[in-house]
Write a protein that binds this ligand. Structure first.
Ligand code: NDP
Length: 419
């Protein structure tokens, strides 16, 4: 690969690094895991467990799982452990008694964990709550493996810009974006035609609209390929997750909505592809295991030895592809609309979806009403005409709050509305 073949990352998006910016990999690197007790956190800790001679844990965080956090902090000899729920501080202190691990509680402690001097930070808090901690890591110029897509969806207007200014290096940890990150280096910006994000299609891929409308929580949580946290699994079933990923890709790689396509690929073996002007299409493949993209981020710019199963294409036999159905999965259409609208619309899309998913989990709305609530909230927000580019985390959080309140207010009528 010619060195200037990857320069468009450097020119346009210096926060996403150049492949040939090789750093010395011989020293022990310090790492912090935000959201250590979650699904991504678990995969990250598993990789760290297998490479103890290369990494030292600076800080670990969780929301309310004191037991899981303390266990990990003890196992890895972390220097700092933070729990978001302030009421759990004494419990955490007790669980860490007899160690030299410092601890803290509340949002400020999670931000402190991110701000501590670790070379590499995994940003895997779920939801919009992950924004401020991720920014704290970005602002001190760390290498940030970004799993939390909400950072970009809610605050993409300024998140990448801030990373660029601080000299932070954003490593895409989401499997599709990590695939694009690996494939994009094969050409330059002018040669790029489009990127293709694949989607498994989720558990309702072949379902009729009436059945999708009535789907239960149990059915929504049965993802065919990936083992993930509850929220993202429901988002995969509605394809809202793919919508979030389209928005994420746009901000991460400075792409227009027309340059991002979604392709349903039920086997989840190809995670992302990039088409160049000569009609070459570069793809990244791997078994559906989040430890593969996380290992790529953890080792970057080198590659570490990963524990995941090797890909056996002969055993898989067939890779199939379908065009996504925007009618049965309106979340995907709404994501493109939000991206085209801009100026906070993607923040509204995400906030309304979080409210809708929580309402679905609580049994307050049907599965089919998730997208209806998101659409109603977006339309309501567009009608008010209060749109401006987001300049700061506070701007994003304020739009997020307004959208959540509007979604909560619209919830009863959406819940009652017959399809
Ligand atoms: P989980 O729900 O499994 O874990 C979330 C983690 O964040 C937990 O450690 C949780 O702590 C912590 N947390 C939750 N709320 C807060 C809060 N308010 N403040 C501080 N910490 C909090 O989520 P996932 O690991 O599945 O996902 C994490 C992020 O990564 C999401 O943005 C998701 O979209 C993204 N992602 C996930 C993928 C996956 O395969 N799971 C794939 C690609 C992206 P506690 O355990 O105490 O609740």
């Amino acid at each position: 690969m010619a060195s200037d073949a990857v320069l468009w990352f450097g020119d346009q998006m210096s926060a996403v690094p150049l492949r040939n910016n090789k750093a010395a990999a011989s020293t022990v690197r310090s790492v912090t895991v935000l959201g250590a007790t979650g699904s991504i956190g678990d995969s990250t800790m598993d990789l760290l467990r297998g490479a103890r001679d290369r990494y030292r844990v600076e800080a670990l965080t969780a929301n309310s799982n004191v037991e899981g956090l303390a266990k990990l902090a003890r196992e890895f000899g972390a220097r700092f452990a933070a729990i978001a729920d302030p009421a759990r501080l004494s419990e955490l202190k007790e669980a860490l008694a007899g160690t030299r691990i410092e601890c803290g509680a509340g949002e400020s402690a999670i931000i402190e964990a991110a701000a501590r001097p670790a070379d590499w930070v995994m940003a895997a808090v779920s939801g919009a709550a992950g924004l401020k901690p991720a920014l704290a890591a970005v602002d001190r110029g760390a290498s940030v493996a970004l799993a939390n897509k909400e950072c970009l969806v809610c605050a993409g207007d300024f998140f990448m810009e801030r990373a660029k200014k601080a000299g932070a290096c954003i490593l895409p940890a989401d499997s599709e974006h990590n695939a694009l990150f690996q494939a994009l280096g094969s050409g330059n910006r002018e040669e790029l035609v489009r990127v293709i994000i694949t989607a498994s299609g989720g558990p309702f891929r072949t379902w009729a609209p009436a059945d999708i409308e009535q789907a239960t929580l149990e059915q929504a949580l049965k993802h065919p390929n990936w083992s993930m946290g509850q929220k993202i699994t429901i988002d995969s079933a509605s394809m809202m997750n793919k919508g979030l990923e389209v928005i994420e890709a746009s901000y991460l790689f400075a792409l227009t909505p027309d340059e991002i396509d979604v392709l349903v690929h039920p086997q989840s073996i190809i995670h992302g592809m990039v088409e160049f002007s000569d009609r070459s299409v570069m793809a990244q493949l791997g078994t559906p295991d989040m430890r593969i993209p996380i290992a790529h981020c953890l080792g970057w710019p080198d590659r570490i030895v990963g524990p995941s199963a090797r890909l056996d294409l002969a055993k898989i036999g067939q890779l199939t592809f379908e065009v996504p159905d925007f009618a049965r999965f309106p979340g995907l259409r709404l994501a493109y609309e939000a991206l085209r609208t801009g100026k906070g619309a993607t923040t509204v899309f995400n906030a309304a979806n979080e409210v809708a998913v929580a309402a679905f989990i609580a049994g307050k709305i049907k599965f089919g009403a998730i997208a209806r609530l998101v659409e109603a909230t977006m339309n309501d927000w567009i009608r008010t005409g209060n749109r401006a580019p987001l300049q700061s985390a506070d701007d994003a959080i304020s739009v997020d709050h307004v959208a959540r309140n509007r979604a909560a207010a619209l919830l009863p009528q959406i819940a009652l509305k017959a399809t």
